[in-house]
Design a protein. Structure first.
Lengths: 573, 236
C-alpha cells in the first residue's frame, strides 16, 4: 500500500497544479511478482489462523490421547569399560573398524540377534529349565531382542539398557545379557586362539609327511638309476666320440681295400696267365721292376683319391709319382729284350697280381669286421650319452623338492611355537578386555519424555496439515488481497487505499483486548499443566536428588529403593 | 447517509470536534480521502463542471462511503460548489425514496431542481437524493431527460459526485457512466474477486475510468505484528 499514488496529494486549498499522472499503469500491467513475499505469507497465515489452530488442537488432542494410553515402562542400565586396542573384528563383527567402542557395540548387537548367543542368556534367566514352554521361550527371546539397546559411552565404554513393562525383569535381563556377552566373547577369543594352534598343528603333520615323501622319492630314484647316476656325463660323450672315430676309420680302410681289389682285378684281367715265345725270350728285368712299382703306385693313388679330392697334396704327389713311373716304364719297354728259345711258361706278373689280390681281400675282410664291431658299440654309446644327463636332472629336481619340503616343515615348526605363545597371551588378555563400570540399576522412567515427544509430534503433524490446508485455500481463493494485486490485474492505478473504518469505540477495543489476553493466559496455563501431567512420574524428585547428590547423601536418602544390587554380576572378566 | 465515520464532514457539520481532536487513525483517514479526490481531479481535463461517477463491481464494497467522503472533503477543503447525488436507484434497491430526489425530477419535468436539493451545514455542499424508485428505472436513467439533467448539473455545480449502482448488478450503470466525465471504481479488498473487478473494468470500457479506490485495504495483521514486519503505513 505504500506504493499507492501519493504524489498526487496537493494543497487542500483549490485544485493543485500538479503534473498529469503517469500513464504507464493504464497501458500495461505491472510485471508479476516472483517468489514468495514473506509479508503476504504471514498475512495468509494470520488470515487462516483458525484453520491452523483447529488442526493443531485436533492433532494434539489425538496425540495426547495416544500418549496417555502408552503403557508404563521400566529401564535398566549398566556400563562396560572396554580395554583399549581390543579389536573384536576376528570375532565376526561386520562393522569392525568403524571405531574401537562402536565395534564392540555392534558385536553385542549381533550377539543379541543370534540364537547361539541367546542360549546362555536364557540359561541365566532360567528359561531353559526342563518342561519350559517353547512358546514362552520364543516370546522371551523376541522380547529381549526388541528391548535390549547398546550405545557407546565416550571412547572407552559402552552402555547396555533394557526397557520393558515388567519392573521385575530389566535388571535381570541386562545382567544376563552383559554377563553372557562377556563369557561368550572370552570363550570365542580362547577358542579362536586354540583353533589357530590346532590348525598349525594339522598343517605341521601334513608338511612332515610331505617332506618324508619327498626324501623317499629321492632315495627310490637313486636306487633305480644307480648305474646311470654313477656315470659322468663327460665320459659318456667322449666314449661316443671315440666310437664314432673308430667307425669312420674302419669304413675308410674297408673302402681302400675294396678299391684295391677292383684295381687288381682289372689288372689281372688284362694280364695273360702264360708267356709263349719261339725263342726263349728273357724279359727285361727293368721292365718288370717298373711294372711292379707302377701297379703299386696306382693302387695307392686310387686309395688316396677315395679318401681325398684331387687337389689334396698327397693325391697330387702320388699322381706325379705315377706319371713318372709310367714314363720310365715306357722307356724300358722300348729297349730290346734278350732272345731265347721260344717256350710257354707262367706269367710271373700274373702270379704277383694274384698275390696282391689275395692280400687286398684279406685287408677288406679285416676292415669289415672292424666296421661291424664299431657299429655294435655305436647305439649303446649314443644311448648312454642322452640318458645320463636327463636322469641326473630328474634326480636334482627331486633333491631340490625334498630340500624345499624340509625347509617348509622347519618354518612351520617355528611358527607353531610362536602361535602357541601368542594364543596364550591372547587368552590371558581377553579375560580382561571387558570390565563392568557399574552394576545394573533401574533408571528413572522416561515415559513422560516419550509422551511429551508424541504430543510435540502430534502438534507438528497438525501444523503441517494446517499449513497444507492454508496453502490449498490460498491457491483457490481468488479474492483481491492488496492494492498491488489490483494494479497488476487490472492495469489501472490505485488512487487510494482506504482502511477499514473502526467499528467500535476505543474503550470497547481495549476491554475486548484484555479479555482476549486473559483467555490466552488461561490456555497457556492449561497447556503447561497438561504437559506437567504428561511428564509427571512417581519418585521423580527423589531420583533427581539421588542422581546429583554425592554418594553418602544418596545412601542416607534410601537409594536402595531403585538400585538393585547386581545378581552376581561379573566385575572383572 | 451514514455520517458517523466521516471525519471531515462531521468536523464541518458541527464544531463539536475539531480537526486537532481527531484520533490519529481518523486524521490519516481524512488525508486518504484528500489524496483520493486530489488524484481524481488531477485526471480531469477541466477544473469546473466536473461530473464524477463512483461505482463498484458488487454491492457492499464501500462505494457510497467513498462517494460521500470525497464529496464532503472536497466541499470542506475547496471553494467550489459540490453536489452529491446519493445512491442512484436501481431495480434491486427499493430502500431509497424516503425523500424526493432524482427520480421525481426525472419523472416530472415540471419540478424544479432547486426544491429537491438538500442543503447541508457546509454552505457549498448540497445533496440530491435518489427519490422513490420507479417501476422501470431504466427508462428514466437512459432517457434524454437524464442526459439533460447531467448537463444542467455540470453547469450549476463545480463538482458533482454521483453515487452509481454496482456495475455488475445494474446494466444502467454502463449507460450512466458514459454520461459522466470520469468514473472512480471502488473495489473492496478481501471481498471482491479478481474476476469481478476485471469484468467491471471491461464493462466500463466506454467510460473514462480514472482509477481505482481500494477500500478496506489495510493489513489484516494485528498492529504489533504489522509494525514488526513493517511496510504498513496504517500502523506506523
Amino acid at each position: 500500500m505504500g506504493e499507492i499514488v501519493r504524489a498526487s496529494r496537493g494543497d487542500s486549498e483549490g485544485l493543485p497544479a500538479m503534473p498529469p499522472p503517469a500513464a504507464a499503469p493504464m497501458s500495461a500491467p505491472a510485471p508479476q511478482d516472483e517468489g514468495i513475499d514473506p509479508r503476504r505469507l504471514i498475512e495468509a497465515l494470520y488470515r487462516r489462523r483458525r484453520i491452523l489452530i483447529v488442526t493443531m488442537l485436533v492433532a494434539a488432542l489425538a496425540a495426547g490421547g495416544g500418549a496417555l494410553t502408552l503403557p508404563r515402562t521400566f529401564t535398566a542400565r549398566t556400563s562396560v569399560l572396554v580395554l583399549p586396542d581390543s579389536d573384536p573384528g576376528y570375532l565376526g563383527s561386520r562393522s569392525a573398524g568403524s571405531g574401537p567402542v562402536e565395534s564392540h557395540v555392534d558385536l553385542l548387537r549381533e550377539f543379541v540377534q543370534s540364537r547361539a548367543f541367546m542360549q546362555p542368556t536364557l540359561q541365566r534367566l532360567g528359561y531353559l529349565d526342563e518342561g519350559e514352554d517353547p512358546d514362552r521361550v520364543g516370546a522371551a527371546v523376541r522380547g529381549i531382542q526388541a528391548g535390549v539397546r547398546a550405545r557407546p559411552l565416550g571412547a572407552a565404554a559402552f552402555e547396555v539398557t533394557y526397557t520393558g513393562r515388567d519392573p521385575a525383569w530389566p535388571l535381570r535381563i541386562v545382567d544376563a545379557v552383559v554377563s553372557s556377552f562377556i563369557d561368550v566373547s572370552t570363550r570365542a577369543r580362547a577358542s579362536q586362539a586354540e583353533q589357530a594352534a590346532e590348525f598349525l598343528e594339522n598343517q605341521l603333520a601334513e608338511y612332515r609327511k610331505r617332506a618324508a615323501d619327498a626324501q623317499a622319492a629321492v632315495d627310490r630314484f637313486q636306487r633305480e638309476h644307480a648305474t646311470t647316476l654313477a656315470q659322468a656325463p663327460e665320459s659318456t660323450s667322449s666314449r661316443l666320440a671315440r666310437v664314432e672315430d673308430g667307425l669312420i676309420e674302419a669304413r675308410m680302410s674297408q673302402m681302400d681295400a675294396e678299391m684295391r681289389i677292383n684295381l687288381i682285378s682289372r689288372q689281372i684281367e688284362s694280364t695273360p696267365q702264360t708267356v709263349v715265345s719261339e725263342r726263349s725270350r728273357v724279359p727285361n728285368p727293368r721292365v718288370l721292376a717298373f711294372q711292379s712299382e707302377l701297379a703299386r703306385a696306382e693302387a695307392q693313388l686310387a686309395a688316396l683319391q677315395a679318401r681325398y679330392t684331387d687337389q689334396h697334396p698327397e693325391v697330387r704327389a702320388k699322381m706325379r709319382e705315377v706319371e713318372d713311373l709310367r714314363g720310365r716304364y715306357n722307356d724300358a719297354t722300348s729297349q730290346p729284350t734278350t732272345s731265347g728259345a721260344e717256350t710257354t711258361r707262367v706269367n710271373p706278373a700274373y702270379e704277383r697280381l694274384k698275390d696282391d689280390l689275395l692280400t687286398a681281400q684279406n685287408q677288406a675282410a679285416a676292415a669289415r669286421a672292424r666296421v661291424a664291431e664299431f657299429g655294435g658299440l655305436m647305439n649303446p654309446a649314443r644311448s648312454a650319452a642322452t640318458t645320463v644327463p636327463v636322469v641326473r636332472q630328474q634326480w636334482e629336481v627331486l633333491q631340490m623338492r625334498a630340500r624345499t619340503q624340509e625347509g617348509l616343515y622347519n618354518t612351520l615348526v617355528e611358527r607353531l611355537e610362536q602361535a602357541r605363545l601368542a594364543s596364550e597371551m591372547d587368552i590371558r588378555r581377553s579375560r580382561s578386555i571387558y570390565q563392568l563400570i557399574d552394576a545394573p540399576r533401574l533408571l528413572p522412567s522416561a515415559d513422560g519424555k516419550k509422551r511429551l515427544g508424541i504430543l510435540i509430534g502430534g502438534l507438528g503433524a497438525g501444523l503441517l496439515l494446517g499449513l497444507t490446508l492454508v496453502g490449498l485455500q490460498e491457491m483457490t481463493d481468488r479474492r483481491v488481497r492488496s492494492a498491488e494485486e489490483l494494479e497488476r490485474s487490472l492495469g489501472l492505478p490505485v488512487l487510494a487505499s482506504i482502511p477499514l473504518l473502526p467499528e467500535m469505540p476505543y474503550e470497547v477495543q481495549v476491554r475486548r483486548s484484555r479479555q482476549l489476553l486473559a483467555v490466552k493466559i488461561a490456555v497457556a496455563a492449561a497447556l503447561v499443566a497438561l504437559l506437567f501431567v504428561l511428564g509427571a512420574r512417581t519418585n521423580a524428585g527423589r531420583d533427581f536428588i539421588r542422581e546429583r547428590a554425592p554418594a553418602p547423601a544418596a545412601a542416607t536418602a534410601g537409594s536402595a529403593a531403585t538400585t538393585v544390587p547386581a545378581p552376581a554380576a561379573p566385575q572383572n572378566r | 447517509m451514514n455520517r458517523m465515520f466521516l471525519p471531515s464532514v462531521r468536523e464541518t457539520y458541527s464544531d463539536h470536534q475539531s480537526l486537532v481532536e481527531l484520533s490519529e487513525s481518523r486524521r490519516r483517514l481524512l488525508e486518504e480521502f484528500r489524496g483520493l479526490y486530489t488524484a481524481v481531479l488531477a485526471r480531469m481535463d477541466r477544473d469546473r463542471g466536473i461530473v464524477l461517477g463512483v461505482s463498484s463491481p458488487m454491492h457492499g464494497e464501500g462505494k457510497t462511503t467513498v462517494a460521500t467522503n470525497i464529496a464532503g472533503a472536497m466541499a470542506a477543503d475547496l471553494e467550489k460548489r459540490v453536489l452529491l447525488v446519493s445512491s442512484v436507484f436501481h431495480p434491486a434497491d427499493r430502500r431509497t425514496g424516503e425523500r424526493p430526489g432524482l427520480a421525481e425530477y426525472l419523472a416530472d419535468p415540471a419540478r424544479s431542481l432547486e426544491e429537491l436539493l438538500v442543503p447541508t451545514p457546509l454552505p457549498n455542499l448540497h445533496v440530491l437524493f435518489a427519490g422513490a424508485a420507479p417501476d422501470n428505472p431504466s427508462r428514466l436513467l437512459r432517457g434524454e431527460r437524464m442526459r439533460r439533467t447531467v448537463t444542467e448539473l455540470r453547469e450549476r455545480f463545480d463538482i458533482t459526485v454521483v453515487d452509481l449502482p454496482p456495475v455488475l448488478r445494474a446494466s444502467d450503470t454502463q449507460v450512466l457512466a458514459g454520461m459522466m466525465d470520469g468514473i472512480l471504481l471502488v473495489v473492496g479488498v478481501g471481498a471482491t474477486s479478481i474476476w469481478a473487478a476485471e469484468r467491471a473494468v471491461k464493462m466500463l470500457a466506454g467510460a473514462n475510468l480514472v482509477g481505482i479506490a481500494a477500500n478496506r485495504a489495510q493489513s489484516e495483521l494485528p498492529q504489533w505484528l504489522a509494525r514488526w514486519i513493517g511496510g504498513n503505513e496504517w500502523v506506523a
